[in-house]
Ligand binder design. Structure first.
Ligand code: UTP
Ligand code: MG
Length: 584
């Protein structure tokens, strides 16, 4: 017997999965018509603005807490979770923003503690009996039990349980779907990510009322796995609209004359101090300001999140939007990328720390490229999205990157005729990259085809938004070779598994199907070539000296960039106007 479980564990697990899928279905039906990336982000940001997080004694405190909190307004949801240290939290969502103001105005600081009196939506609930709340009728249900939407919402299905459910699937394609369903980010995890962003935004709202902290990366691009890191970009001016341009009153501001990069580094130092010194829950703040994209890393104790905060431009957000849109085009894409990421992690191709190995982001790009090249492509070249853009899709970052592409994929002139099962697609992915000529060819998702490699990088993936950059520049020759070995192994294993699954009856006790792909590299069929150097990272290799030199020497670049952004915007707008007239 591979795994044994008592009936009660099974029941709990199945209940949990059922409960979550009901929530997901409900959520997806709530936002179905708002499936555009911007709407999704706005929906989640608004939800976070109407939410507070309260530390409680235990899950049982929720009736008391909801009773107390409902005197500030209608509550529309409560989500409980417990962390490893046995601390318990309930996230409360109010119907209106006014309630948040009331609830926070009513809260007080613990005068006996030396704590810094920071104002944030993170609170704790005093023990019963100290403050008595009025029993007020709750919005959805007079029975308070009805309001707790999720109990223990950060529960991650144990690896062994995921495996057991994979083994009880019908066929290899169902195994891939099961893996996706069980491991993708859930509703509460997304809420906590947007709350973390809100907390940072609030902390600087005095001087920067228009500041936005925007989640990007796998937290929002549809490829996020439970427990994935949160990537955040903080922009001081994101909400500044050009509509006020005619106002005769202009804000006094400090001149920003030094080069943009060193200015951003200084601002980031200051922000990292605010996070570290003032914001509850934020701990282990580290600054990595010399990197090509300077970041602040920290851990959020109360929200259970590892966060990477940048203050660079919006290109990461637009890239996430692009991946989100591509993932929306066909229901198989996200499941396929999930299984590829899981496989790469299991065989040790990816690694949580940065280094010379392939990243999840590069893997997703490889999968996208494969889906553009498969017989009867599932995805169009990104150039088609660029060409199909409308005037509402114009986006230019502050540093002049043109991130204009069609946002509404439903009007894209592209339909796939590919009816392949997920299992076939996964096998074809492995076969495709077993044969790909990484030595001479670069991957262009824009063109949807291979192009001549512009330099000697081991793997060259053209960044679709910044075509002069290689997304996989960090990958060493050794890691590229390991990737080729592992895809060959995987193709061989999966081919056999698909054949066997057709003929033999499936077992829930013996490994079969994709479960056989998730073996550590020690167990793989072909051993990597040990001729290569060990996989040690040298810190200097994490930084892009060349780029740094370039930026530092361009003292007045930001002025030129501002000019070119303006010209680009004007040209694009003109182009769309001309197209529109000629269409008539
Ligand atoms: P990450 O490396 O954190 O990737 O980059 P990820 O997609 O979030 O995956 P995991 O789950 O953390 O491993 C975050 C985002 O930064 C942008 C992409 O949008 C990516 O999703 N990015 C990263 C780029 O635009 N270019 C790059 O070269 C790297
Ligand atoms: Mg990430």
């Amino acid at each position: 017997m591979y795994f044994t479980y008592t009936n009660s564990i099974w029941r709990n697990l199945k209940n949990f999965i059922h409960e979550n899928s009901v929530i997901r279905r409900k959520f997806s039906s709530e936002v179905k018509q708002e499936v555009k990336f911007d709407n999704f982000i706005e929906f989640r940001r608004a939800q976070a603005s109407r939410s507070i997080l309260v530390q409680v004694q235990s899950e049982n405190s929720y009736v008391d807490l909801c009773n107390y909190c409902s005197k500030f307004g209608d509550i529309i949801g409560a989500h409980h979770y417990e962390l490893k240290d046995n601390s318990n939290y309930i996230l409360i969502e109010y119907k209106t923003l006014e309630s948040i103001k009331e609830v926070l105005d009513s809260a007080h600081y613990n005068l006996e503690s030396t704590g810094i009196p920071a104002y944030s939506p993170l609170l704790w609930f005093k023990a019963a009996g100290v403050v008595k709340g009025n029993s007020v009728k709750l919005l959805n249900d007079s029975n308070k039990k009805g309001i707790l939407k999720i109990s223990n919402g950060l529960y991650q299905t144990r690896e062994a349980d995921v495996m057991e459910l994979i083994l009880s699937a019908e066929n290899v394609s169902d195994q891939i779907k099961t893996l996706h369903e069980l491991t993708k980010l859930n509703d509460l995890e997304i809420r906590l990510r947007f709350l973390a962003a809100k907390q940072i935004e609030n902390s600087i709202s005095g001087i920067f009322p228009k500041a936005s902290a925007l989640p990007f990366g796998s937290s929002v691009n549809g490829f996020g796995k439970m427990g994935c890191d949160l990537d955040l970009v903080l922009r001081f001016n994101q909400g500044i609209v050009k509509d006020n341009i005619n106002s005769r009153l202009v804000f006094h501001t400090k001149e920003n004359l030094t080069n943009e990069r060193s200015q951003v580094q200084k601002q980031m130092e200051c922000i990292s101090d605010i996070l570290q010194i003032f914001l509850p829950g934020i701990t282990s703040v580290r600054r990595i300001l010399q990197a090509r994209v300077p970041i602040i890393k920290f851990h959020h104790l109360l929200l259970n999140l590892d966060v990477d905060l940048t203050m660079s431009n919006m290109s990461g957000v637009y890239m996430s939007e692009l991946l989100y849109i591509l993932g929306e085009i066909d229901h198989r894409i996200r499941s396929l990328i999930f299984v590829i990421r899981k496989w790469a992690q299991s065989v040790g191709l990816t690694n949580p720390s940065p280094g010379r190995w392939i990243t999840n982001f590069s893997l997703s790009c490889l999968a996208i490229f494969f889906l553009q090249n498969v017989k009867h492509p599932l995805l169009p070249p990104i150039d088609l999205l660029n060409k199909s853009a409308t005037i509402n899709d114009i986006r230019i970052t502050e540093n002049g990157l043109n991130c204009t592409f069609l946002r509404d994929h439903s009007i894209l002139d592209f339909r796939t005729e590919n009816n392949s099962e997920l299992s076939e697609l996964l096998l074809q992915f492995f076969e495709f990259f077993s044969q790909f000529d990484f030595s001479n060819k670069a991957i262009s998702m824009n063109k949807g085809s291979a192009i001549i490699k512009p330099d000697h990088s081991s793997i060259y993936i053209v960044n679709p938004l910044e075509p002069n950059l290689n997304i996989s520049k960090n990958i060493s020759l050794e890691e590229c070779e390991r990737f080729r070995i592992e895809v060959r192994n995987a193709a061989w294993i999966l081919d056999n598994e698909i054949e066997n699954a057709k003929s033999n009856s499936k077992s829930t006790t013996k490994l079969w199907g994709i479960a056989n792909l998730f073996k550590t590299s020690q167990e793989t069929v072909i051993k990597p070539n040990f001729f290569f150097k060990p996989r040690m990272v040298e810190i200097k290799n994490l930084f892009d000296d060349k780029d740094e030199e370039k930026v530092i020497s361009d003292e007045n670049d930001h002025l030129n960039i501002k000019e070119s952004v303006k010209t680009l915007e004007t040209n694009l707008t003109k182009k769309f106007k001309i197209n529109k007239t000629s269409d008539r």
